[in-house]
Design a protein around this ligand. Sequence first.
Ligand code: MG
Length: 290
Amino acid sequence: MRFATFVHNGKRQVGQVSADGQQLTAFVLTDAQTRHGAQCLIDAMVAGQPLPALAKESLPLSSVQLEAPLPIPRRNVWCVGRNYHAHAKELQASVFKDSNTDAKAWPIVFTKVPECVVGPTDDVQLPGATVSEQIDYEAELAVVIGQGGKNIRQADAMQHVFGYTVVNDVTARDVQMRHQQWDMGKSFDSFCPMGPWLVTADEVDGRKTRVRCWVNGELRQDGPTENMIFDIPTLIETISRGITLYPGDIIATGTPAGVGMGLNPPRYIAKGDVIRVEIDGVGHIENRFV
Ligand code: MG
């Protein structure tokens, strides 16, 4: 199933996407239930409850404004740094090169604040030259947790995956490099476009799909998720060590090679650029930078 959060007639709704992707059918929900988008469906399914009733009439996708499936994540978005071999290689000349053996044994994990999430076609706000002149894209598969847990073992990890969505882990490189922690350079307002919907794990296997990114129509990133350094079960095991994961938690799994910083010379995002991120079996997001 594909669950979308959208605005229709000025009201946030959550619905199911038709097989052809052209229609949406809203669930009958209260405003309190739709406040956090598809979170209410995740909670219901994890609790073993039936899904809410569907409205009698469907809406054409073209008549609604899609939002991020989880427009207000319950807490920070978990993110993984440097998780594809070719991407790690392209950053060897930068400050983000491996500096110790631990960096190879454990994934880099940081977070983005929940307020930076925007929808799949929303504009992303460039912060202005006084704040950062090195804005970069990172196309990523995001895992959405279903059943929560702590100290989840790799062997059990996939049972905790509710589904997948697409994110662009937009990054201010100069700010990322300035601070020992990455959260600031990753969390500017609107720096986490997400969508177009949440696809349940029975429809796509995040371990075997493909992440692509275009900048103004030019293909820049194209990587199979089999090329992750730390696979999805390893990431879930690592992040849940001593920390309880909850239904609706989001893990952005890292980006393939081809980011602007990795090009020679680097090519950062300029005003008016349109970045499209697509993942096979999940969908695509496309955002203009303004
Ligand atoms: Mg990233």
